[in-house]
Design a protein around this ligand. Sequence first.
Ligand SMILES: Cc1ncc(COP(=O)(O)O)c(C=O)c1O
Length: 401
Amino acid sequence: MEYYPGTGRNHLFVPGPSNIPEKVQQAMARNNEDHRSPAFPKFSKSLLEDVKQIFKSKISTSFIFPSTGTGAWEISLTNTLSPGDKILTFRSGQFGVLWIRMMQRLKLDVDVVDSEWGTGVDLGILKKKLDEDSDFAIKALCIIHNETSTGVTNDLAAIRGILDAYKHPALLLVDGISSIGALDFRMDEWKVDVAITGSQKALGLPTGLGIVCASPKAIEASKTSKSIRAYFDWADYLEFYKVGSYWPYTPSGQLLYGLRAALDLILEEGVDNVIKRHHRLGHATRLAVRAWGLQLCTKKEEWYSDTVTAVRVPSHINSGDVVRLAWKKYDLSLGVGLNEVAGKVFRIGHLGFINELQVLAALVGVEMTLRDVGYPVKLGSGVAAAAAYLQHSTPFIASRL
Ligand SMILES: Cc1ncc(COP(=O)(O)O)c(C=O)c1O
């Protein structure tokens, strides 16, 4: 076998961490600075205000925690709930598994609806659960907007509609970690009480910031919630907000300047255009998968995710081999199958700051790899299907008109 040292760029197509744009990298290459200087609050305030545009929220309070998404899960639960509180949630993917494990460790009383991996929230079961809850024992409904392990996006508008139809007062806590900043997300309109994301996904930053928005109802709930919390208590932030200084401890200036640059890029493109771009890339990827004759892990079109495509491989192929080989030979990083779908699924992440040609490059890399592992895909078949669609759907670059 021939080896060569590898050159050019890694094609990073895992569903987070995502590619960090050059402008963001440059913005982060700086010295430390005094976060208690008179200039810092103005800068921090601009971040706290502008992240809310990504969440489509005017009425919530935003927090930027030093954390990963997992910490943001904990923030959402411990600030609003008390041990023993009843939570309703759904499990059909790895991030559901992990969030539920945390809920149980926090001694919350979790009612879990299990369903096949690749499916989303069953709205019929949600209605049935609310039918059975006439005394409003359920204190929170926890939903993963985009289940990254299976490529499933849940219909939050429909879920909110059902809660409203039952006039149910439960808090709506949403994991938007692989959706916010990439998929249609409307915090105020859907009356989401706590929404969270992580910096390494659609925002194209390094891992390290857990961004949380809390509705007025969630802030109210935190005043009586009895879960033990210390470092992740948002009350500490609220105290600092009163005096115009924005962190109770030392924030990473580099990450915050990176966040500023990422927000500038997203706001310049326009949040709705960013969402449309993700739809184009997601749709193009799904067209390629269809042309290869492969199935998605996602069971129904209504759940198709525009940030990650989970592809099922035929049973004689191990999807882990696809991921390993793509990386070893073509410098293409794909997502592995997790837990129940390990070996059966590989994932193509298409979120954050990427464009049409980058996705086409990844698709050709997948085609070559599939042939390498013994799946007889016709070279160019998926790329042709995706390109035919992208050629007609890609808009001009606004600044170059
Ligand atoms: C939907 C979802 N929730 C939670 C997490 C956990 O986030 P982190 O790895 O940043 O702790 C992830 C990570 O991929 C995710 O995709």
